[in-house]
Design a protein around this ligand. Structure first.
Ligand code: 5GP
Ligand code: ZN
Length: 116
């Protein structure tokens, strides 16, 4: 069930092998529009590194995830979400995760929130 880098759709987006509407990128992470938006704004923030889910996080990922938590509000600000937004991380089958490359959903505006 857990995708590896080779068959992971988000790794393919990181590599530029499949297109995505990228709204932010830096050395460690990228953010792009969800292909099936559940709200007016629906963006996914992902690490460039393939990590399947929060359950796979290691102590060595501390710096990366610290960076991502600091970057997320910067991306939201860039998207103009000054009134706030919802951040969701689905983890494992029980959490409704569909793509096994860890990602933060950033959602705002009208939509079906929270989604299941
Ligand atoms: P999950 O349920 O794993 O938390 O969410 C995966 C999200 O990835 C879904 O909201 C889905 O619409 C989105 N998604 C799946 N495949 C692609 C894709 O190829 N491109 C983009 N931009 N989003 C995708
Ligand atoms: Zn991946």
């Amino acid at each position: 069930m857990t995708a590896t880098t080779n068959d992971c759709i988000f790794c393919k987006i990181v590599a530029g092998d499949i297109p995505a509407n990228i709204v932010y990128e830096d050395e460690h992470c990228i953010a792009f529009k969800d292909i099936n938006p559940r709200a007016d704004t629906h963006v996914l923030l992902i690490p460039r590194k393939h990590i399947a889910s929060l359950m796979e996080l290691q102590d060595t990922d501390k710096e990366l995830f610290g960076h991502m938590m600091i970057t997320l509000p910067k991306v939201a600000k860039q998207l103009g979400l000054d009134n706030g937004y919802r951040t969701i991380v689905n983890t494992g089958p029980g959490g409704g995760q569909e793509v096994y490359h860890v990602h933060f959903h950033i959602l705002a505006g009208k939509g079906k929130l929270p989604f299941a």
